[in-house]
Design a protein. Structure first.
Length: 74
């Protein structure tokens, strides 16, 4: 009777495959984190811009609301 080999040859390959997948998952996570951080910066910039426009009170030719719009026949 022969003793089993530990780890089995296919176990080494499976472990290597899992390490590769974990490496790709880590890289993807870093990429997604950077993307989310960039999007948050863009959201913050847009929120500041909207706030600035609201403070201007609708200057720049934009009506403040539907009551301030001229009817199409004017």
């Amino acid at each position: 009777m022969t003793e089993p080999q530990y780890p089995a040859p296919d176990t080494d390959q499976r472990l290597t495959d899992l390490e590769i997948k974990a490496s790709y998952a880590d890289d993807l996570l870093d990429t997604l984190n950077a993307l989310v951080a960039k999007q948050q910066e863009q959201i913050d910039l847009l929120l500041r811009e909207v706030s600035r426009l609201r403070q201007r009170g609708g200057d720049g030719g934009m009506p403040a609301g539907p009551r301030d719009e001229l009817p199409p026949h004017y």
